[in-house]
Design a protein around this ligand. Structure first.
Ligand SMILES: Cc1cc2nc3c(=O)[nH]c(=O)nc-3n(C[C@H](O)[C@H](O)[C@H](O)COP(=O)(O)O)c2cc1C
Length: 385
């Protein structure tokens, strides 16, 4: 199992759901970037459990501590290690999991692979692992913003059968995290958000759960980032997004809708780009989602990630124990009735990790797959002495 993501900016997450800590180590982070615990905390607060009435009530403050790689608020170019304590464990909630594998959780598959499983809370498969991703992603975002002006925003675009209105080019440039955070669901459209919140409350009252879709927009990505063939930018984004717990689908640009379109309506014709000396061309439409041939074309990168309904539900389920006997599983512990509001910063984090990896590779004239052969200190901009 891989616990490390990225070729050039390498992020390793560690920790189990009910262990002492969770966190991340980032290797390859450029030196001399201003980075504080407060910067990281902003995104962790958006991911944290117990943040609102429609999230799990597990009570974790999720306060990050940076334990290496920073001096006087600036990165040193050395590994950055970040930890967050687990404080609100309730292993008793999972007493049954050693007898009955929880349906659509990873209890059974982890046991089949390792022959041993974490005694509670899903171990590494738990969404608790995403604390490390969000912390590392927040750091990557700061680098991307400072060096390239990159801006990433994700939002909930559907919950169950409630879809927010489709976004057009103007909306794409206007959506901000402030707008998204004006409601508990993290939907960019306030009217749709109210309906989504009602639906989430309703399914929770029914002892059930619900899925949905998160859209992510990455702006100010220069043309030329990414790789051809096996390392295509959309392929790496797909891998990153599909590695998030409960992710079930990925679409770039027009995605599955492109299958019903004609080339004449789908093609993104070129136009002269205004006010940018380095890039002469823009495209009139963005069905490509900002990527062509695996390489960014300078338009916003737009993709969507589908999430399944939360596996833990408040209803009895007829299933089987590890011996294959029919059993009735009683309602499980605390859980999110819908994972999407808390998954928004996780999607943003994974997008930032992918893009920072691509940015570093492009900066060095390297493909990410070759980057591991080079040392940061030899090739990065010289830090101030
Ligand atoms: C932010 C976030 C919160 C989640 N919260 C829960 C939860 O409360 N209960 C649950 O059963 N699954 C939750 N999940 C999903 C599970 O971790 C995941 O479905 C499970 O480990 C099995 O993995 P898989 O769905 O990727 O196959 C959450 C996922 C994310 C991204």
């Amino acid at each position: 199992m891989s616990n490390t993501f990225g070729h050039y900016l390498r992020v390793t997450t560690f920790g189990e759901s009910h262990g002492a800590v969770v966190g991340a180590v980032i290797d390859g982070f450029p030196p001399n970037i201003e980075l504080t615990e407060e910067d990281i905390q902003i995104q962790l607060d958006r991911r944290r459990p117990g943040q609102s009435s429609i999230t799990t009530q597990r009570g974790e403050a999720d306060i990050v501590k940076i334990v290496s790689g920073i001096d006087n608020g600036r990165t040193l170019g050395t590994p950055i290690a970040m930890i967050v304590e687990n404080r609100d464990q309730r292993p008793g909630d999972y007493a049954n999991a050693n007898i009955i594998p929880r349906p659509s959780h990873a209890d059974y598959t982890y046991l089949m692979k390792y022959g041993i499983g974490a005694s509670s809370g899903g171990g590494r498969a738990s969404a608790r692992e995403t604390v490390g991703r969000v912390a590392a992603g927040a750091a990557a975002e700061i680098f991307l913003r400072e060096k390239y002006g990159v801006d990433i925003v994700a939002f909930v675009s559907s919950v169950g059968n409630i879809n927010a209105p489709a976004i057009n080019g103007t909306d794409i440039s206007a959506i901000t995290r402030n707008i998204v955070d004006q409601n508990l669901v993290r939907c960019h459209d306030q009217q749709s958000a109210a309906l989504m919140e009602d639906l989430i409350n309703q399914v929770r009252a029914d002892g059930d759960s619900i899925g949905g879709i998160i859209t992510c927009v990455c702006r100010n990505i220069p043309a030329g980032w990414g790789e051809p063939v096996f390392g295509k930018l959309e392929a790496v984004l797909a891998q990153a997004m599909m590695s998030i717990p409960a992710a079930k689908g990925f679409e770039i640009g027009s995605g599955f809708a492109s299958a019903t379109m004609r080339g004449s309506e789908h093609n993104d014709v070129f136009v002269r780009r205004d006010g940018n000396s380095e890039q002469t061309l823009a495209t009139k439409t963005n069905n490509s989602g900002g990527i062509q041939g695996g390489i960014s074309n300078g338009e916003p990168i737009i993709f969507r990630v589908a999430f399944k309904p939360t596996a833990t539900i408040g209803k009895e389920q007829i299933t089987a124990d590890y011996q294959g006997n029919d059993v009735t599983l009683k309602p499980g512990g605390r859980h999110d009735p819908c994972v999407l509001p808390r998954a928004v910063p996780v999607v943003e984090a994974m997008a930032a990790l992918v893009l920072a990896d691509m940015a570093l590779a492009q900066n060095l004239g390297l493909s990410p797959s070759h980057a591991a052969d080079f040392k940061v200190s030899e090739h990065c901009e010289n830090p101030e002495q």
